[in-house]
Design a protein around this ligand. Structure first.
Ligand SMILES: O=C(O)CCC(=O)C(=O)O
Ligand SMILES: [Fe+2]
Length: 282
């Protein structure tokens, strides 16, 4: 069976980029700072109690993709003070800068989403996250999004560690189905994370345990000129973000894009000013 390669932060951003370029995914073993991890995990366990598994969407494909026994929720900057530290992790942003900045003057958060896979859940279908923007997901295309699945609890094969098809971002036929032997699982300890490109095939795994929950947190970025999955500034208030850096505010949609001296164009403005200026917040 295929295997995913691991790096540590000490190996450096370049080492992660090399594996990412070759395989489409790379595990960073020591991703989360232990204190941040503990605080975030405590907050998520508390919030999970208020959320049901499965979606109420009318669209059956959405309900299936979500997972009947999977609990998902977002608004993470509103729900945990520790989230901003993960959102602005220098190692993750270092990788994202290299992958996404060739195609845009900046990027913002696509979504920060808890994916808690419960006992009895079946495997999700293999997909590419860049299919959120279908015309931009093709073998000859460019990267529009970068994702990471953080293991908030340990990711074992039995509990539903993410399935990945290494190298599938480089296939010249995106209609091709993966063979079983091409699929591996991102088995990793709590605190680790798997960074993967928007063009690699992956999916949530099956949870075959009787009583264990897989706490995963998906955090992705998308080019600043594309619409993100999550309406982040509608879910995190100014009070949640006003103390954060401008970079974090931009990632969360509380600042406009295009603060690039080469261009006059700015997107996501209020009164054609930056968001806090237009709203007279700062
Ligand atoms: O839960 C996982 O491991 C991955 C889920 C996923 O890929 C998705 O919902 O887009
Ligand atoms: Fe996905």
């Amino acid at each position: 069976m295929a295997r995913l390669e691991e790096v540590t932060k000490a190996d450096g951003v370049q080492a992660a980029l090399e594996v990412l370029d070759r395989d489409g995914a790379v595990i960073v073993r020591d991703f989360l700072d232990p204190d941040v991890h503990q605080q975030f995990s405590d907050d998520m366990v508390r919030h999970a109690a208020g959320h049901r598994a499965g979606s109420v969407a009318e669209n059956a494909a959405v309900r299936e993709f979500w997972g009947e026994r999977t609990t998902r929720f977002t608004r993470l900057a509103h729900r945990s003070a520790a989230f901003a530290d993960i959102l602005t992790d220098p190692f993750y942003l270092g990788v994202a800068d290299q992958v996404l900045l060739p195609m845009a003057s900046d990027y913002w958060m696509n979504t920060g989403q808890m994916m808690i896979i419960g006992p009895g859940e079946t495997a999700q279908w293999l997909h590419r996250d860049a299919d959120n923007w279908p015309t931009l997901c093709s073998p000859n295309g460019f990267e529009v999004t970068l994702s990471c699945l953080f293991a908030i609890s340990e990711f074992t094969a039995e509990v539903g560690a993410t399935r990945v098809v290494p190298g599938s971002h480089r296939w010249d036929d995106y209609q091709r189905q993966a063979e079983p032997h091409e699929v591996c699982q991102a088995v990793m300890p709590a605190g680790a994370g798997m960074i993967y490109t928007g063009r690699v095939l992956h999916s949530g795994g099956a949870n075959t345990t009787a009583d264990q929950f897989r706490y995963g947190m998906h955090l992705s970025y998308v080019l600043g000129w594309l619409t993100p999955e999550e309406a982040s500034p509608l879910g995190a208030d100014w009070a949640d973000v006003q103390h954060l850096s401008e970079r974090a505010q931009r990632l969360l949609g509380w600042r406009c894009s295009g603060n690039d001296d080469r261009y006059a164009a700015r997107l996501w403005t209020v009164d054609y000013e930056d968001v806090p200026v237009g709203l007279e917040l700062s």
